[in-house]
Design a protein around this ligand. Structure first.
Ligand code: SF4
Length: 200
């Protein structure tokens, strides 16, 4: 059976795709904090909106504080489904929505994603992963190459400007010094950096 929704703490997480344009050396799929007890997030196909709605019937949204698009892959690979799912969720419950993303949505979809999601997504957590372009390429190995890092910064700034609560994250796989440099990059555009601990 495919796991589309999985609860972690106060959040109901949504897994809509396993596709991703990156190959991070520390792929989030291995990080316990994100995946929790749910170890079977591999999908045999990308679920349709109908399948997502059907699966959602097994959960009571009143029991959660937020719905988080996350899972074993990059939610922005399915921008339209993400938006329609978030729209549907907002239509049936008074609940916050968040997307955990690699921040490459604009390049993936060739559009201004912040503008597309601003009405249905309350917050985004963007994986900055590195303090500069070169280390980003080494760490995340994005299929878009060189232009990726600037695209991430631009996307996060756009989200913030659209009133979406925006945070950057790094995984403690990089050095203390790199974490501090990443914090400077994030704060230079007015965004907070959160450090995620791989082994906690
Ligand atoms: S962006 Fe996320 S899902 Fe994609 S390779 Fe990196 S950690 Fe894994």
């Amino acid at each position: 059976m495919m796991t589309i929704f999985y609860p972690i703490g106060d959040g109901l997480y949504v897994n809509i795709t396993n596709k991703c344009p990156c190959k991070c050396v520390f792929c989030i799929r291995d990080i316990k904090e994100t995946v929790g007890e749910n170890d079977n997030l591999w999908l045999d196909h990308d679920p349709s909106l109908d399948e997502i709605k059907e699966e959602l019937k097994n959960f009571d949204l009143n029991e959660y504080k937020e719905v988080v698009f996350c899972g074993f892959g990059e939610p922005m690979m399915r921008l339209e489904t993400l938006i329609k799912t978030a729209e549907y969720i907002k239509s049936i419950a008074d609940i916050k929505t968040r997307v955990n993303t690699n921040g490459l949505g604009d390049l993936i979809n060739n559009t201004d994603v912040a503008d597309c999601i601003k009405d249905v997504i309350d917050s985004v957590s963007v994986s900055l992963n590195a303090p500069d372009k070169d280390s980003y390429i080494r760490i995340s190995r994005p299929s878009f190459g060189e232009k990726s890092y600037d695209a991430i910064l631009k996307f996060a700034k756009r989200c913030k400007d659209e009133g979406i609560e925006t945070v950057f994250s790094v995984v403690d796989e990089i050095t203390e010094e790199e974490i501090e440099k990443s914090r400077d990059v994030a704060e230079s555009i007015g965004i907070k950096l959160r450090v995620r601990y791989k082994n906690s």
